[in-house]
Design a binder for this molecule. Structure first.
Ligand code: C2E
Ligand code: CA
Ligand code: CA
Ligand code: CA
Length: 275
């Protein structure tokens, strides 16, 4: 806009460009958010469908922006993915979870595995598995307490590069779950090839449980169980949904009905209460 004169300013006032500017500012602020300690980890419990005990937690990042307040990942993860910030963010989340486990271990809080969402783009990084391995080693956390939540596009893109890393971390004890199951093209072959431990039924199918006698959910549960893969349903908001999932043999449930994502102090109390 510097040398092209007055007319071009018009372009900068269009909605498109305001959007771009907003995105640009978010990216700029996210870059600084790390050392300003604006990122916070929330946790949402996963319950055993039968015993109703907490059997795991999912780590869900939040951004406490100095000006805009709490920003949800749906808004800033795409920004991170479009820049290279997703690498730094993934390392930050992995480290935060490892530190949390260590701290709870020290304070005698009941330990359950914690899952971390990993964007497909992270797996494009060379030696991505070394990065995770190093953090885990440095903090000395038991790999059995860690789980990676990946999506179908991670399995499909860049297969060889991804598979060697995932199988190595699995050997060390890390678990792998397939998020948003049923929304893509995953086949039975994928579940076996990548040694998936758990599939997560997407919230869309949990919402549809009461239609068609939950045919999709039942199909996923039976298919996974045939292959010795556990099933968790996300987005459980009603008692009816819980009843159906329990009836169909879904192993674990997660959702607002049981608990919303919450900060570590709230989680500590829940871990005591439910066990
Ligand atoms: P996701 O992994 O599918 O996570 C589930 C989302 O559903 C979470 O939103 C959670 O708060 C929300 N949720 C849980 N129970 C219920 C329920 O009963 N009803 C409804 N309506 N929603 C429920 P959140 O925390 O805003 O995260 C959105 C997405 O952002 C996640 O989807 C995940 O893809 C991504 N994300 C979150 N944290 C991270 C992270 O640390 N790293 C990466 N790469 N992505 C993350
Ligand atoms: Ca997830
Ligand atoms: Ca999901
Ligand atoms: Ca999702």
């Amino acid at each position: 806009a510097k040398s092209t004169g007055k007319n071009n300013y018009k372009i900068y006032s269009t909605t498109m460009n305001r959007k771009f500017l907003k995105q640009y500012n978010l990216e700029k602020d996210l870059r600084k958010a790390f050392h300003k300690n604006e990122l916070v980890m929330y946790y949402q419990p996963k319950f055993n469908t039968q015993s109703k005990k907490i059997v795991g937690l999912e780590a869900l990042v939040r951004w406490n922006h100095y000006q805009h307040g709490l920003i949800l990942p749906g808004e800033f993860i795409p920004v991170a993915e479009e820049s290279n910030l997703i690498f730094k963010l993934t390392e930050w989340t992995f480290r935060a979870v490892c530190n949390q486990i260590k701290q709870w271990e020290k304070n005698n809080v009941l330990l359950v595995p914690i899952s971390i969402n990993i964007s497909p783009k992270f797996f494009l990084k060379n030696h991505w598995d070394d990065t995770l391995h190093q953090i885990m080693n440095e903090i000395k956390v038991n790999p059995n307490l860690l789980e990676l939540e990946i999506t179908e596009s991670s399995l499909i893109q860049n297969e060889e590069h991804f598979i060697s890393g995932i199988l190595r971390l699995k050997k060390e004890g890390i678990k792998v779950s397939l998020d948003d199951f049923g929304t893509g093209y995953s086949s039975l072959l994928y579940l076996q090839k990548f040694q998936i431990d758990t599939v997560k039924i997407d919230q869309r199918f949990t919402k549809k449980l009461l239609e068609n006698h939950g045919s999709i959910a039942r199909y996923i549960i039976n298919l996974a169980h045939e292959l010795n893969v556990d099933v968790i349903a996300e987005g459980v908001e009603s008692e009816e949904q819980l009843t159906f999932l329990s009836l169909y043999g879904c192993n674990q449930v997660q959702g607002f009905l049981l608990s919303k994502p919450a900060p570590e102090k709230v989680m500590e109390k829940l871990l005591v209460l439910y066990n």
